[in-house]
Design a protein around this ligand. Sequence first.
Ligand SMILES: Nc1nc2c(ncn2[C@@H]2O[C@H](COP(=O)(O)OP(=O)(O)O)[C@@H](O)[C@H]2O)c(=O)[nH]1
Ligand SMILES: [Mg+2]
Length: 498
Amino acid sequence: MAKVTEDQKLARYGLLCRALQAQPTAGDPILAIEEPIAELSRLIQHDLLALARQASPDDFAELYLEFEQELKRFREFAAYSNLASKTVVAFGGSFSAGKSSLINAVMGKALMVVEVDPTTALPAYVLTGETDAIYALNHHGLRIQLTEDEFASLTHDEQILYDSQVSRSLSTAFVVRKEFPWHNLAFIDTPGYSGQTHGGGRTDASIAAAQLNSAHALVWVVNAKQGVIPETDIDFLAKLDPSIPRLIVVSRADQLNESDLQAIVERIRITLAERNLPVLDVLPASAHPRHKTLLAPIIEHLDNWNQSAQQQTFAKRFKSLFVRYQRGLEAERNAIQWRENRLQRLQLLAEADLLESVEELAQESAEKKQRLEVVSAELADLRSSLFTTLKRVGDQVGIALPEPHEMELLEVGRSNFLELLVVLRQEKGTAELDLHQALSRLKQDQSAQHQALLLRRMPRTRAEHWLAIQIDSPASLRPFLLRRPLNTTASALHSLEA
Ligand SMILES: Nc1nc2c(ncn2[C@@H]2O[C@H](COP(=O)(O)OP(=O)(O)O)[C@@H](O)[C@H]2O)c(=O)[nH]1
Ligand SMILES: [Mg+2]
């Protein structure tokens, strides 16, 4: 390995200083939004946590991570406002699947870093701009500029050469390319997911999922040499928002012969259909210039996405997180109500010596219910403050967001299976559905096609999970089994009633 010169060491020191800078310099556009951004952090990192200590759903830990992730993404857009008007296309897939190479190939230029060490790789937005430039956000949320060489040096070699890991102090990169062909698109090159835990206990998988879920479209890359789409990829795809259009790209086509490649593409198509994961297409690709023609259908999809200007998803995403929290509280309120009903019966039957205990329990229940109501009201206030502050920042930097009261009204899609059934029944004006009976019919495998639409087929699904939808058990278990209803058609639900 080449020896590091004094000049190079000095340059690295300069980079380290920038990466660790904590105060914006005069004239930094971030100064204009510092106060509302701090307010957003306070709302989530302080007020939301304080509420959660009083009452929160079982999955609050995940919910909170998503809140933080969404806030982080909003800060990225605020720090580099050219992103605001772009349709975001995320490239996902496992480490070394070939995501960065594919991005380079479709752009027709080698602009991204490939073969970086996955543990130090930064997610990078790639988009057009007036001049070529690379920026990164440091851990204080400040945008710093990197030279091409500095960006390229953020690999595992850095550790060997300089004994430093600057990329650990950076969170996101923005690669601006004058000749980026799609003016309305921004790509996001994700480092890929793994089960490994990262600093702070987060897994790469959860970060990758949040990044992909916030995109307008997805390109999922699979390494052709694996021959199949791995089970871990399927699990991952199943967890992503089904309303985001996705394209599967089978990379390294150059390393297989034509017929093997076709067989693999076909197999992946079938697997995805069987697993009930609709995709736009499964397309082979290669980063090798010799196989350039393979890229044409992929580029066609990108051209298509480039046609439509899309609003950023912040309002919808934050709204759906609040809705999840509220639904968790509702489920708990229902459980308490049920308990209260039973306690009332006990009160009637209890002997005098037990009556006091029963009354005590009833009192506790009532207090708990009241607390839940207070938390629910405070959560609504918190939501409205967050929407107002988001809008303030959005107006300042040019991120188009609905008015706060419109955000309140935003429809985030029903995620409650029972609710869907109730709506269906009301539409049809039929008698109340016996869920137990309906589900047993579903299990009799009458309409396998509809069954697959309604239920997730996951290898991990255990018998007790199935039990959960047959008896009136906690609503929180149902989403695990039931597909998010965005693509559940009414006709599929009809099959429950048939
Ligand atoms: N032969 C061949 N190698 C590829 C192709 N795509 C990626 N690679 C190689 O696979 C490795 C990982 O690719 P990269 O794009 O960095 O993967 P990422 O981690 O998903 O971004 C690199 O060594 C690439 O050169 C391809 O289409 N053909
Ligand atoms: Mg990469």
